[in-house]
Design a protein around this ligand. Sequence first.
Ligand code: FAD
Length: 404
Amino acid sequence: MPEREKRSFPVVIAGAGIGGLTAALALNDAGYEVCVLEKASELREVGAGLQLSPNACSVLERLGVLDELLPHAVLPEGISIRSGHSGKLLGTVPLGGDIAERYGLPYLVIHRADLQATLFEHACSRKGIDIRLDAAVSDIKINDQGQITCLYETSDDVNAVGTRALIGADGVWSKVRRFVPGHNTPKFTGQAAYRATIPAEGLPSYVLNRTGLWLGPNAHVVHYPISGGSSLNIVVLIAENWTEQDWSAPADADMVHAALDGWSPELLSLIEKSPKWLKWALCGVDANGPWRHGQVALLGDAAHGMLPYAAQGGAMAIEDAFVLARTFKAQNGDANTAFAIYEAERKDRVARVQALARRNASIYHMGAPLALARDTVMRMMPPKKFIDQMDWIYRWTATASRST
Ligand SMILES: Cc1cc2nc3c(=O)[nH]c(=O)nc-3n(C[C@H](O)[C@H](O)[C@H](O)COP(=O)(O)OP(=O)(O)OC[C@H]3O[C@@H](n4cnc5c(N)ncnc54)[C@H](O)[C@@H]3O)c2cc1C
C-alpha cells in the first residue's frame, strides 16, 4: 500500500463543502482533532446563491461564524411570489424583521463561495483541524479492530490517514457512500437549474431587497441579492433531460430564453442582462436509505441530496453536522453508537423536508387549470401563514436540537 504517511485522527471528514467544514468546526468545539480531506486543489469561487434560514443560522451563530458572514450576506425583507406570465403578485412571505422577531435569528442569502470561505478560514485558524486540499478520498479499508485506513489521491501521489470515525460529507456524488451497504443512489429528476449573476448596479431596489419567485408551467425562476448586495443571483429551473455530474456546466442562454418565452417583460429584462449562464442537473438521494455503517457516517447531500425547492439543502447539511458532533461527544467518541443515534435523530426530519421540496416542485410548475386554483389560494393566504407553514423547519435550534 502506498502509504508514505499514515497519521491517525479521532475523526476524518471527506469533503470541505458546507457540511464538512461545519462538522469540522462543531467536532473541534466538542474537543476532537479532525482531518478534512477535500478533492479540490483550491476552494474557488464556484456555485452561486444559497439561502440560510434561522435553523441554519442557529448553528452558525453557535459556532461563532454568523457575525462574520453578515457582511457578505443580505437579509431580504421578504419573498415576492409572482405569476411568471402576468407578473402579478400572488403572495408575500415576510422575512427580514418578521423572521428576526419570531426566531431571534436572521434569514439570509449569500454566495456559496462566501459561506465556504468563511467556514474554511475559521477551520484553518483552529488548532486541531488539519485541512488537506487536493486530497480526493478514493478507498477505505477497515481492519478487524475497527481501525479505518482512508486512502486519498493527490495530483501526484496516493496517501492515507487512519481513523476510527469517517464522515462522508463529499456531496451528492459521494465516494464514501459506497461503504454504506444498501445506500440509495442519486436519481436525476429531469430538471436542470440554470444560473447567472448580474451586477446589482442600476437594478431597482425592490429587486435588491427581496427574493423574487416567479411561477410558470414547467419552469420557475428565483432571484435574490448576494455578495453583500453587489450582485443578483438568478436561477431558472426548467424541465430538461440532461444528466451530467457538474455544478458549473456551460449553458446555452437560448435555452433559458426559450423556456421563458412569453413570460413577464419585467422578469425578462433581468434575464436578458446576463449573456453567461451555467447549469447543473437536479438530482436527489432518497433520505430514507441508510446513512451510516459501523464507524462510517454520511451527512448533507451525500446522505440526502435534495431538490432546491424548499431552499434547505445547505441548511440540512449544517444541521446534520451539528447533531453529528453533539452525538459523537455525548457517546465519548464511540462512532458506532453515536452514528446510529445521529441517523435516528435526523432521518425523519430530513425526509420530511425532502418531501416538501418534491411537493413544492409540482406546485411551482403547475400548468392550467391547476395553476389557476394555486394562484387563487396563494392570493388569499395571509403573509404570516406562509411562515407558519415553514415554522417546523425554521424553529429548530442548535440549543434545543431534538428534531421534529
Ligand atoms: C462546486 C459546487 C457548487 C455548488 N453550487 C451551488 C449553487 O450555486 N446553489 C446551490 O443551491 N447549491 C450549490 N451547491 C450545492 C450545495 O453546496 C449543497 O447542496 C449543500 O450546501 C449541501 O452541502 P454538502 O456539504 O452536503 O455538499 P457540498 O457543499 O456539495 O460539498 C461536498 C464537498 O465534497 C468534496 N468532494 C467530493 N468528492 C470528494 C472526494 N472523493 N474526496 C474529498 N472531497 C470530495 C467536493 O469538492 C465538495 O467540496 C454546490 C456544490 C458544489 C460542490
